[in-house]
Ligand binder design. Structure first.
Ligand SMILES: Nc1ncnc2c1ncn2[C@@H]1O[C@H](COP(=O)(O)OP(=O)(O)OP(=O)(O)O)[C@@H](O)[C@H]1O
Ligand SMILES: [Mg+2]
Length: 284
């Protein structure tokens, strides 16, 4: 069974997408894992990073995105979700990423989100709004070692669809006051949700992103997170670095992970993050 890891935070711009895309690429390129990437964010940033805007537009016109899945749940008589055609094989602009597949997102998800919350809730209702993703991808889950999910900056019904199938989740955060503020609330909300669905969801850990060594605020908040008892902290730290931001440009092509993400520490940061995760789950 695949290990399913959503990347979540209520805060925007804390590198959820960057962390999830880099982690997925690392797991396929250097750990030789089979990975499915699910983009649940209507902003479609991860989708565009992995297949480019042009390809996304084509797929969106044909209805081969996450939006069609949720539309189909709302109006089964009008829409059908085609899992096989929606899963994009061998994505990424790194040649050494051989087994990375993608379920693309869509800007159209923005409008659907509100309608989803109006579906009658309840555990035993056939159209449980939290269960839409799980039901749809069940036929393909066993084809992968890992499923990485990029989530929007909220804990709305779409994010909860990702948490519904989660083995454990990761919280990326910039170590500053505002970014770390809501973390205990996220952990509580996920624990409550795990109780509601009757499955444990592990808080895999917090990962520090965009770290500036010269910043007192960053140093102080990093030290706080190290002492934190709410959740473990990954040892791997992502420093603030321009090439991390350049990696968002799909129009370039790269041979290796290092060429895309950069040589000065970024490779090691992703490698060590992936290693901590793989060791956590494969030692069992
Ligand atoms: N380590 C880093 N150093 C410098 N820039 C970074 C780093 N990590 C991410 N970025 C940049 O910061 C911006 C925000 O990152 P990203 O889009 O991954 O965050 P996000 O949490 O997914 O945002 P959103 O909440 O909007 O989905 C992007 O422009 C990204 O390229
Ligand atoms: Mg994002």
């Amino acid at each position: 069974m695949a290990i399913v890891i959503p990347i979540i935070n209520l805060k925007g711009g804390v590198a959820k997408t960057t962390t999830s895309v880099g982690l997925a690429e690392m797991l396929t390129s250097d750990f030789k894992k089979k990975v499915l990437f699910i983009d649940l964010d209507p902003q479609t940033n991860a989708t565009v990073m992995l297949i480019g805007e042009h390809k996304w537009k084509d797929l969106n016109d044909q209805g081969y995105t996450m939006a069609r899945l949720f539309e189909s749940a709302l109006k089964p008589e009008e829409f059908t979700f085609d899992l096989k055609r929606t899963v994009q094989k061998n994505v990424s602009n790194i040649i050494s990423c051989e087994n990375l597949d993608l379920i693309p997102s869509s800007l159209n998800l923005i409008n659907i989100q509100d309608d989803l919350t109006r579906l009658p809730p309840g555990k035993f209702y056939t159209n449980n709004p939290y269960d839409i993703l799980r039901k749809a991808i069940q036929p393909t889950m066993n084809n992968y070692d890992y499923i990485i999910i990029d989530c929007p900056p909220n804990l709305g019904v779409i994010t909860l669809n990702g948490l519904r199938i989660a083995t454990g989740y990761i919280i990326p955060t910039i170590p500053d006051v505002l970014s770390t503020y809501g973390i205990p609330q996220i952990i509580n909300r996920v624990n409550d949700f795990a109780g509601e669905i009757g499955y444990p969801i592990e808080t895999l850990g917090i990962v520090i992103t965009k770290y500036r060594e010269t910043s007192n605020v960053h140093q102080t908040n990093r030290a706080k997170l190290e002492k934190e008892i709410d959740a473990p902290l990954f040892q791997s730290v992502f420093k603030d670095n321009n090439q991390m931001a350049s990696a968002a440009d799909f129009t370039m092509e790269y041979g290796t992970f290092r060429q895309k993400w950069g040589y000065s520490g970024q490779f090691n940061a992703f490698y060590n993050l992936a290693k901590e995760i793989v060791e956590r789950y494969e030692r069992r």
